[in-house]
Ligand binder design. Structure first.
Ligand SMILES: [Zn+2]
Length: 320
């Protein structure tokens, strides 16, 4: 059994069209995702405005009525530590490999002042985005590798630096919601096991194998691309624990299949891959399984008709 079975859609898709599809889906969680990339902090700010509108309230009420929990999943670090602060506090920011401080992506994980600021802003953000599941997904920036190379951070891996940042985010979030748990996003460089820094008990593993081969089962031993994504997974599960562990996969992520560029390409699910992966996640002890499901809303329907998601819904509903 997989306790939480979901899909993650763009904030701008949270309207009547998707609400109706979700109501009939058999899923019990929907993740709301402001678009990522280098402008993720601007999408996040747009999403803050959106959750104050009647359109959002209508969508959220429809989800509540059918027992679908709402969560928010977003790259947040450049919002949590505003880039404008670089002019006054360059030492709060990342040192690149050439020894230059830069406001681009993430921050210095060894700056106590930067971490204090992140705690405060994480508390503020938790007051705005209140997930029904008490699971908060305020991720570091959407970039494959952007750790700090200052003398204090240099010896720490991207994963260890990420644990420092997620621990600080968890402090802030838990000051607002004592029942909160906070995502450690294992993705790109942070798929590797953190070794130096101990994760707070408040963190849960969120595993997102973006570099996988989508046409082959994730645990296919003959697929090197997938083996590279799963190498550290058992150790990550042991470190963070299985309670609340979440797989965030890409089976129905038509934004990825469209190269994150509109218009959406025509989509079809690798059904057997999805079925095998979901079983494997369940057997590993994941409590929560979801997939990005972007570029499948009205913009997709207008070009290609309703996206065929029935098989995805059926595969996850079978794990109830
Ligand atoms: Zn540093």
């Amino acid at each position: 059994m997989i306790r939480e079975r979901g899909i993650v859609i763009h904030a701008e898709d949270c309207g009547d069209y998707w609400a109706e599809r979700l109501e009939k889906s058999g899923l019990n969680v929907v993740g709301v995702h402001p678009a990522g990339g280098v402008v993720a902090h601007h999408s996040l700010a747009d999403c803050i405005r959106f959750v104050g509108t009647p359109a959002w309230s209508r969508f959220a009420a429809r989800m509540e009525r059918v027992g679908i929990a709402v969560e928010f999943e977003m790259h947040a670090l450049s919002w949590l530590l505003e880039r404008e602060l670089f002019d006054v506090h360059p030492d709060w920011f990342r040192m690149d490999e050439h020894g230059q401080r830069t406001p681009q992506f993430n921050c210095c994980a060894s700056s106590p002042e930067a971490l204090d600021h992140i705690r405060e802003r994480a508390a503020e953000l938790a007051g705005i985005f209140k997930p029904d599941t008490h699971k908060y997904h305020f991720w570091i920036d959407d970039v494959a590798s952007a750790g700090c190379a200052c003398p204090q951070c240099r010896s720490l891996s991207a994963s260890d630096q990420a644990v420092i940042l997620y621990n600080a985010i968890a402090d802030g979030v838990c000051s607002v919601d004592p029942a909160a748990r906070v995502s450690y996003l294992a993705y790109c460089e942070t798929l590797k096991l953190p070794k130096e820094i101990k994760p707070s008990d408040r963190l849960f593993l969120e595993y997102a194998p973006i570099g996988r081969d989508h046409a082959r089962p994730l645990f296919d031993p003959d697929c090197p691309a997938n083996a590279a994504q799963t190498d550290h997974l058992p150790a990550l599960l042991d470190l963070f624990g299985r309670r609340g562990a979440k797989a965030l996969d890409y089976w129905v992520d038509n934004s990825l299949f469209s190269g994150w560029t509109l218009p959406p390409k025509r989509f079809s699910l690798h059904e057997e891959v999805c079925r095998a992966d979901v079983r494997a996640y369940r057997d590993l002890g994941f409590e929560s399984v979801t997939s990005f499901g972007c570029y499948l809303g009205e913009n997709y329907r207008d070009l290609w008709g309703d996206a065929d998601l029935d098989a995805y819904f059926r595969i996850l509903a079978a794990e109830d």
